[in-house]
Design a protein around this ligand. Structure first.
Ligand code: ARG
Length: 450
């Protein structure tokens, strides 16, 4: 059944149907019925439906809702979309009165309402899942204690840091990704119901009432904006994309760290996969696929932006494509969060000590404390490092004489400052790579993620 037969003498061509019908909106079923319940009650309150008609429609819709939530709703091949399916079912249940439900409404405001109801809920769920992964990172950071690794710049060992400091960097990124899903709410939380096809109508609807009943912060203030705008969908997809990008960076590191060359971490058997050919392999496929799927989610965001850029106001059927894209982005993120949480939780960290050169900056800073200009100190330690490297030695192998020869302000006790642990212990920058900083971060993150 289509909702639009009146002016047509021929039925739809089979190829039109195949091309224009997209059943990805079926997951809006419960939201569609919820919106209709509010609409029907409002129609009664403003006198467009009699009390009996409201009772009939609401009773019918409640039955549809029960079928929908119980997974018993039966779709028909003739349903053009979720809205048509609900009206068709309502008609089967209560007869002709069903034809009054669509009073003062268009699928243009209806589909947008459904999507807003859906994404409002999804945003909260995703925020919760992101918090959960951040909490896993906090727990792992606590577990690894004061283990020291090198920080990297240019994928070259840079300075010693607590491994926890590195892991918590991701917890902070995720905390912002979580907040972004909460911040998008004011743009989603506006009801478009009552905008109708594009301009509202002559019937005395009460959009504020339906907005309030459905728990929206407000109703639309421009009907054309209400039915034509999808910036909230693109913004949601951006939230998904940026979170996927965070997960992808973390994943890239997990892949590197699990390599024989890094040897930092081993993941649980249940969260790795084997090779059909090479019996020794244990592959970090979850992390690789998070990286790969991030590309497809960025594709969804690109699609949603491109979808809008050339569209004249108001509704155009192009907009139907918004759902497939945003659902794919959201589903992919949700599963990626769950899979990566499991993988990180299973991690056993055992990083080797960093190279003996990572305290070069500490030596230069010791000289600065003794009045040597930083540029000169840099030059002197650079020379010392070059000489040691040429002999296959590191700062850990240097002698007091070699330190003195490099720069006479260096004293034999400075040899004790050359271990990675000493460097971390001497670190004083607030928010820097020290255990005191890690402890502060842990308590702040625990507070924010609670
Ligand atoms: N399936 C459509 C969509 O997702 C619903 C709105 C259809 N409106 C219309 N006038 N054909 O956008």
């Amino acid at each position: 059944m289509t909702l639009w037969g009146g002016r047509f003498e021929e039925g739809p061509a089979e190829v039109l149907w195949r091309f224009t019908v997209d059943d990805s909106d079926r997951r809006l079923l419960v939201d569609d019925v919820t919106g209709s319940l509010a609409h029907a009650a409002m129609l009664g309150d403003v006198g467009l439906l009699s009390e009996d008609e409201v009772v009939d429609i609401v009773t019918g819709l409640r039955a549809v809702l029960e079928e929908a939530t119980g997974g018993e709703f039966e779709w028909s091949d003739g349903d053009e979309d979720v809205h048509s399916a609900v009206e068709r079912r309502l008609y089967e249940l209560i007869g002709e009165t069903a034809g009054k439900l669509h009073t003062g409404r268009s699928r243009n405001d209806q589909v947008c309402l459904d999507l807003r109801l859906y994404l409002r809920r999804a945003a909260e769920e995703r925020a919760g899942q992101i918090s959960d992964l951040a909490k896993v990172l906090v727990a792992v950071a606590e577990e690894v204690g004061d283990t020291v690794v090198a920080s990297y710049t240019h994928v070259q060992q840079a300075q010693p840091v607590p491994l926890a400091h590195h892991l918590l960097a991701y917890a902070w990124m995720l905390q912002r990704d979580r907040d972004r899903f909460l911040d998008v709410n004011p743009r989603i939380d506006v009801s478009p119901l009552g905008a109708g096809a594009s301009a509202g109508g002559r019937l005395p609807l009460d959009p504020e009432q339906t907005a309030a009943v459905l728990g929206f912060a407000s109703a639309f203030t421009n009907s054309m904006d209400a039915v034509a705008s999808r910036d909230f969908v693109a913004e949601y997809a951006f939230c998904c994309s940026q979170t996927m990008v965070t997960l992808s960076r973390l994943s890239e590191e997990l892949v590197l760290w699990a390599s024989d060359e890094f040897g930092w971490v081993t993941f649980g058997d249940a969260f790795t996969t084997g090779s059909s050919a090479m019996p020794h392999k244990k592959n970090p496929d979850i992390a690789e696929l998070v990286r790969g799927k991030t590309a497809t989610v960025i594709g969804d965001l690109t699609a949603l932006l491109t979808l809008q850029k050339g569209l004249p106001l108001t509704y155009n059927r192009d907009l139907q494509e918004d759902k497939r894209a945003v659902f794919h982005a959201d589903d992919t993120l949700s599963l990626a969060l769950a899979a990566l949480s499991g993988m990180v939780e299973s991690a056993d960290f055992h990083p080797p000590p960093p190279s003996g050169m990572v305290t070069a900056l500490d030596l230069a800073e010791l000289l600065v404390e003794r009045g040597v200009p930083f540029r000169r100190a840099h030059q002197a330690i650079g020379g010392l490092v070059a000489g040691l490297a040429a002999e296959g030695r590191t700062l850990l192998d240097a002698s007091a004489g070699e330190l003195y020869a490099a720069q006479p302000q260096l004293v034999p006790e400075d040899l004790d400052e050359l271990t990675a642990e000493a460097s971390v212990a001497a670190r004083v920058t607030p928010g820097g790579g020290s255990m005191e900083s890690v402890r502060r971060q842990l308590s702040e993150l625990r507070r924010r993620l609670a």
